[in-house]
Ligand binder design. Structure first.
Ligand SMILES: NC(=O)c1ccc[n+]([C@@H]2O[C@H](COP(=O)([O-])OP(=O)(O)OC[C@H]3O[C@@H](n4cnc5c(N)ncnc54)[C@H](O)[C@@H]3O)[C@@H](O)[C@H]2O)c1
Length: 441
C-alpha cells in the first residue's frame, strides 16, 4: 500500500462513518471512549480480558459509574456493536485503541505488561489499512520503542501499510462538566500520515484536537499534566504542615489566595493522593529520566511529601485522642469516605487503604462509611460500609473524614454523634459544630 492510498482510504471510510473502532480494555477510560465513538455513529468493538465485564455488558448493565445502564442497553441494541474477549475479532476493526492499565511494580518501576499483552494480540491480527492508537498513560518512547518494533516485525510498514499513534486519555471520572467528548484530545503519530489520520478520527468525535509532532511529545504531555498536579498537591500539603505550626488555618489561606484572578491555581491538601493516575504516572517519567542519567528532583520530592500524608493523618488522630486521654490501641475509629476522591466509587491507591493499615498496626479497630463503596477487601479481610444510624455512629471515639462526598454522606450526623473528628478535606466547614471537637488537617 502506498502512503497516500492508505491515508485517503482511511479518511474516506471515516467520512462515510464506515470505520469500525475497537477499544481494547473497557475500564474507566475505555468504556466511555467506546460509548463516545458509538454515539458519533461508528460501529464499535469492545474487547476486554475480563469475561465478567463482557458478560455484564452483554446483559445491558454498566459497571462504570459515569455510564448508565441505559447507555449500555442502547449499545448492545445496535446490531453493529460487538463486545468480546476474543481478540481475533480485532481483524475486522479499522482503528484499534488500547486503553489497558499501566500500573507500577512493587519497585515503583513502570509495569507495561498489559500494553505488551494487548500488543501481542494485535500482532496476530494486524493487516494493511489498520490504525493502532495507544491511550494508556506511559513514559515517552513507549509507542516508538516498544509498539513500533513489535508491529513492524509482521513485515508491515508504518505509515505505508498501517498507522500508529499515541493520544493520551485525559478523562476525569465523576466530572459531569468534562466528559470524554468535551476534553480536547492531544494526538501525536509515529509518522505525519499517522498523525493526520489519528487526528481525523478523534476530530469526528471530540470537540477539539491538538496535534503534536510525535508520539513521544503526546506521551510526555500527559505525564506533565499529572506531574503538575502531583507537585502542586505536594506543595499545598507541605504548606498545610507549615500553617499548622504557625497556627494558621490553611483552608482560609487557600480561599483567600484563590480570589486572585490570575497567576494562582487552587490545589487542596488531603490525606494523600489516590487513583490510577497521579500516584503512578510521575514514576513512569522518573524511571525513564533516570535511564537517561537525569535525576528528577521536584517529582521525587513531591512523591515523598504526598506519600507521607497518611502518616501525618495518623499522627493527627493519635494526638487528638491523646488530648482526650485516649490511646489509639483498642479504640474504635470510623473512616468517613474511602474513595480516593469525591463522588466516585473508585478506591484504587486511595490513601484510606494505607491509613486503615496504619491504624490497624497501632491496634485500633476500624470501620468505614462510604455510600459509593459498599464493601472492599484489605489484607484478606472484607470490610463493609456501616449504616449511619445515630446509634451506630455513637460507637466510635473518633471519625476521620478521608473523602468529601457531596452526596450520600451526612457530615452533620458525624458532628452530632461523635465526640472527636479529624477532617482532612474541610468537609465539615459548613456543619453546625456544637458538642464535638474537630481537628482540621
Ligand atoms: N482512570 C482514570 O481516571 C484515567 C484517566 C486518564 C488516563 N488513564 C489511563 O488509562 C489507562 C486505563 O486506565 P483505567 O482507569 O481505564 O483502567 P481500568 O483498570 O479501569 O481498565 C482497564 C481495563 O483493561 C482490561 N485489560 C487488562 N489487560 C488487558 C488486555 N491485555 N487486553 C484487553 N483488556 C485488558 C481490564 O480488564 C480492565 O477492564 C491507564 O493507563 C491509566 O493510567 C486513566
Amino acid at each position: 500500500m502506498s502512503n497516500t492510498h492508505l491515508v485517503s482510504e482511511f479518511l474516506s471510510r471515516l467520512e462515510q462513518h464506515a470505520t469500525r473502532v475497537a477499544v481494547i480494555g473497557l475500564g474507566y477510560v475505555g468504556l466511555p471512549l467506546l460509548e463516545a465513538f458509538s454515539k458519533a455513529g461508528f460501529a464499535v468493538t469492545g474487547i476486554d480480558v475480563s469475561a465478567d465485564k463482557i458478560e455484564t455488558l452483554l446483559k445491558g448493565e454498566s459497571y462504570i459509574q459515569d455510564i448508565p445502564d441505559a447507555s449500555i442497553a442502547r449499545l448492545i441494541g445496535l446490531e453493529s456493536t460487538l463486545f468480546s474477549t476474543d481478540f481475533s475479532t480485532l481483524r475486522e476493526a479499522d482503528a484499534l485503541i488500547i486503553c489497558v492499565p499501566t500500573p507500577l511494580r512493587k519497585s515503583k518501576e513502570p509495569d507495561i505488561s498489559y500494553i505488551l499483552s494487548a500488543a501481542e494480540e494485535i500482532v496476530k491480527v494486524l493487516r494493511p489499512g489498520q490504525m493502532v492508537i495507544l491511550e494508556s498513560t506511559t513514559y515517552p518512547g513507549t509507542t516508538d520503542e516498544i509498539l513500533l518494533p513489535m508491529f513492524s516485525d509482521t513485515g508491515l510498514v508504518v505509515g505505508q501499510d498501517f498507522l500508529l499513534a499515541f493520544s493520551p486519555e485525559r478523562i476525569d471520572p465523576g466530572n459531569k462538566d468534562f466528559q470524554v467528548d468535551k476534553i480536547p484530545k492531544v494526538v501525536g503519530g509515529v509518522t505525519p500520515a499517522c498523525t493526520q489520520v489519528a487526528a481525523a478520527l478523534y476530530q469526528a468525535v471530540m470537540g477539539q484536537v491538538h496535534i503534536v509532532s510525535s508520539a513521544r511529545v503526546a506521551e510526555a504531555s500527559k505525564i506533565l499534566e499529572n506531574t503538575f498536579r502531583s507537585v502542586n498537591i505536594a506543595l499545598v500539603n507541605e504548606f498545610t504542615g507549615i500553617c499548622r505550626v504557625l497556627g494558621v488555618d490553611v483552608w482560609e489561606v487557600i480561599e483567600a489566595a484563590a480570589t486572585k484572578p490570575f497567576g494562582f491555581m487552587k490545589f487542596l491538601p488531603g490525606p494523600g493522593i489516590g487513583g490510577h493516575c497521579i500516584p503512578l504516572d510521575p514514576h513512569y517519567l522518573i524511571w525513564k529520566s533516570r535511564l537517561h542519567g537525569y535525576e528528577p528532583r521536584f517529582m521525587a520530592l513531591a512523591e515523598q511529601i504526598n506519600s507521607s500524608m497518611p502518616r501525618e493523618v495518623l499522627q493527627l488522630v493519635m494526638n487528638a485522642l491523646n488530648d482526650q486521654g485516649l490511646p489509639l490501641k483498642g479504640t474504635r475509629i470510623l473512616l468517613a469516605g474511602v474513595a480516593y476522591k469525591s463522588d466516585i466509587d473508585d478506591m484504587r491507591e486511595s490513601p484510606a487503604l494505607e491509613l486503615i493499615q496504619l491504624l490497624w498496626a497501632k491496634g485500633a479497630s476500624v470501620d468505614y462509611l462510604d455510600p459509593y463503596i459498599p464493601t472492599f477487601e484489605l489484607e484478606g479481610q472484607t470490610l463493609k460500609s456501616i449504616s449511619a444510624t445515630a446509634e451506630n455512629l455513637r460507637q466510635y471515639a473518633c471519625a476521620v473524614v478521608v473523602t468529601h462526598h457531596r452526596r450520600g454522606l451526612d457530615y452533620q450526623a458525624l458532628c452530632d454523634n461523635l465526640p472527636l473528628l479529624v477532617d482532612t478535606r474541610n468537609a465539615l466547614r459548613s456543619c453546625q459544630i456544637q458538642n464535638t471537637h474537630v481537628v482540621w488537617l
